[in-house]
Design a protein around this ligand. Structure first.
Ligand SMILES: N[C@@H](CCC(=O)N[C@@H](CS)C(=O)NCC(=O)O)C(=O)O
Length: 202
């Protein structure tokens, strides 16, 4: 049995979503956030204190996309675009864009927001991160021209990767940063029954 350490509104949503898409059961342990401060016993599972973590027997994985790829490779390879398959490179590009390019300014905003400080320096950091996210989103808008999904003409893990930061954009009131194609794309992802089930896990 897989065990997933999860906290609401975090990257563990990607893992829950992958599990739901593939109909895989896991024991979900919901943690208070941030576990680093509120659940110190969790550091014995993941010394970084970050979520998600997946335990499968002796194996412990602590990167959301590595966990999703591990699950997909075992149970649902159509979520991946294999080496040699057309669009493999686009798949990699957008898989990483979701965690690296797009999450970087959003994580900065979340971290600074959590500190609950005020003042011109904080405002400047937040404004810069917002601006940065907006600029970065223009490449998604461009890529979506004539495409329903990011790679291989089907729903893949790259879409799950992006679906999480697009969810955060909605949560943090940044919808105005999305162009029309990106907004329609996000709706397409988020109406999926598997996403709806995943996002309702407390
Ligand atoms: N690259 C990692 C990042 C994990 C991460 O930073 N998780 C955030 C929540 S989305 C977290 O737990 N932050 C709290 C902390 O680091 O204390 C992944 O994709 O899983």
């Amino acid at each position: 049995m897989l065990t997933l350490y999860h906290a609401r509104h975090t990257r563990s949503l990607r893992v829950l979503w992958t599990l739901e898409e593939l109909g895989i059961k896991a024991e979900v342990k919901s943690l208070q956030f941030p576990p680093r401060k509120l659940q110190p016993d969790y550091l014995s599972i993941n010394p970084t204190g970050a979520v998600p973590a997946l335990v499968d027997g002796d194996l412990v994985l602590t990167e959301s996309l590595a966990i999703c790829e591990y699950i997909a490779a075992k149970h649902g390879p159509s979520l991946l675009v294999a080496p040699g398959e057309a669009d493999r490179v686009q798949f990699l590009q957008w898989l990483w864009y979701g965690e690296s390019t797009l999450m970087t300014p959003l994580s900065r905003m979340a971290t600074v927001g959590r500190l609950q400080r005020q003042g011109p320096d904080i405002d400047a950091v937040m404004a810069d991160a917002r601006d940065n996210a907006g600029v970065r989103l223009t490449s998604l808008e461009k890529h979506l021209e004539g495409r329903e999904y990011l790679a291989a003409g089907r729903f893949t893990l790259a879409d799950i990767s992006l679906g999480y930061p697009l969810y955060l954009i909605g949560l943090t009131g940044l919808d105005h940063l999305l162009g029309p194609r990106s907004s329609a794309y996000r709706n397409r992802l988020h109406v999926r029954p598997a996403f709806q089930r995943a996002v309702s896990v407390p």
